[in-house]
Design a protein around this ligand. Structure first.
Ligand code: GLV
Ligand code: MN
Ligand code: MN
Length: 399
């Protein structure tokens, strides 16, 4: 089945009626349904499906590794996300296998399609969790104790979904099987619109990370508490929201976002006792992101002091600049007739794997230029071109 047909098959899974778009999160019902769907689809192509220690799914064409050509992406989404971020790479991988099989091609090298778990960090906060665990980039105890917004730990959710969280952690055997990794992904900005090209090869991912700011003050009555008597944590939180924009703008090319802010108890007629917010900051260059966060943290402490509040700040994840393997990039671009190279501000499992194995990315044009929102899109013709291009590069790599 074509990539577009496969996307149609999962169109109804995990729709979010409240937010719009899709909410498919690690170990929830929608993600479980997608895991089953993927396994069935891969088995129909004759692939042997297994789940590794970290809940990543592998579908092997022939005997597993070493030096395998591996392609794939993820099936989880951000809250209220689009249909393409993640699934496009998975369905294109399945389509590419079918294209190669229909030609009578058989890979000389071991070959696998992989689905990484919790790429967005949409439930447990840390992005690329499956690939971070596999490569040892996150401590297994820390990962197991990550909590979702309802206080459920990763270990509890994984166990409920039938995985063994005690086995989570660095998996050198699985890593050693990967010779090269190629991830196809919908483009998440305007890059390919501006370049006038349906497909590009990834060049770099900018440094990025997530920080939690937890403000605490005194919960109180909205009508009975005079302004001068308040210790309202929403005030320093608001200062952080405004200052993040100011500081990012001043860098020229930085991005800083507060997309999640949680007041507790969250009553219209109550001063909050605590406010938590999460900063997502990304600036090209290795030190600049943390420099911005240090400056913002100073402002957060001053604003908290001024309101008689406290603030705790914690780094939840950080990734340095990724430069994809230049030789592999040249080969990918050449095989695809000289398609352009494109840097990105979006993180990917490919970025985590790039520290360990030669890794490349292909992007497919997104005519809305919008991502992490329901308006994310790709035209059928571009999806088709992407899958065919992926088949071409995988055939070259696995010969
Ligand atoms: C994933 O798309 C991210 O960059 O947050
Ligand atoms: Mn994403
Ligand atoms: Mn993605």
């Amino acid at each position: 089945m074509t990539a577009t047909g496969l996307l149609d098959e999962i169109d109804g899974v995990g729709r979010d009626r409240g937010r719009g778009g899709y909410s498919r999160h690690a170990f929830d019902a929608a993600e479980g349904e997608l895991r089953t769907w993927f396994a069935e689809r891969a088995q129909r192509l004759g692939l042997a499906v297994e789940t590794d220690r970290n809940a990543n799914i592998w579908a092997w064409w022939g005997t597993p590794g070493p030096d395998a050509v591996v392609t794939g992406s993820h099936l989880d989404s951000v809250p209220g996300g689009g249909a393409f971020d993640g699934p496009l790479g998975v369905v294109s991988a399945l389509d590419a296998v079918e294209i190669m099989q229909c030609k009578g091609f058989r890979p000389v090298k071991p070959f696998a399609v992989v689905v990484f778990a919790e790429e967005e960090g949409g439930r447990f906060g840390v992005p690329c969790l499956g690939s971070r665990l596999l490569t040892g980039a996150i401590d297994a105890d820390r990962a197991r104790s990550l909590k979702d917004p309802d206080g459920v730990t990763l270990a509890e959710a994984a166990a409920k979904a039938g995985h063994d969280p005690e086995r989570f952690g660095a998996d050198p055997e699985s890593l050693a099987r990967i010779g090269q990794f190629i991830e196809l992904h919908v483009e998440q900005g305007r890059g390919l619109i501006d370049l006038g090209s349906p497909v590009a090869v990834g060049s770099t991912i900018i440094a990025h990370g997530r920080w939690r700011f937890a403000f605490s003050g005194q919960g109180n009555h909205a009508g009975a508490t005079l302004i001068g008597d308040r210790h309202d944590p929403m005030l320093p939180a608001a200062e952080v929201v405004a200052a993040a924009r100011r500081l990012a703008r001043a860098t020229g090319d930085g991005r800083a976002t507060i997309g999640r802010l949680v007041p507790n108890p969250g009553g219209t007629n109550a001063i909050a006792s605590t406010v938590e917010l999460w900063l997502d900051a990304r600036i090209p260059g290795d030190d600049r992101t943390r420099t911005l966060v240090a400056e913002l943290s100073g402002l957060a402490k001053e604003a908290a002091d001024a309101e008689g509040c406290l603030v705790e700040i914690a780094e939840e994840s950080y990734s340095d600049t990724v430069t994809f393997d230049p030789a592999l990039r040249d080969r990918l671009s050449g095989w695809l007739g000289g398609v352009p190279e494109l840097p990105t501000g979006a993180g990917h499992d490919a970025g985590i794997l790039a520290a360990h194995v030669p890794t490349g990315m292909l992007y497919v044009r997104n005519p809305t230029g919008i991502s992490h929102a329901p308006e994310e899109f790709a035209e059928d013709e571009d999806v088709d071109l992407g899958a065919k291009g992926l088949a071409k590069v995988l055939e070259h790599l696995s010969t």
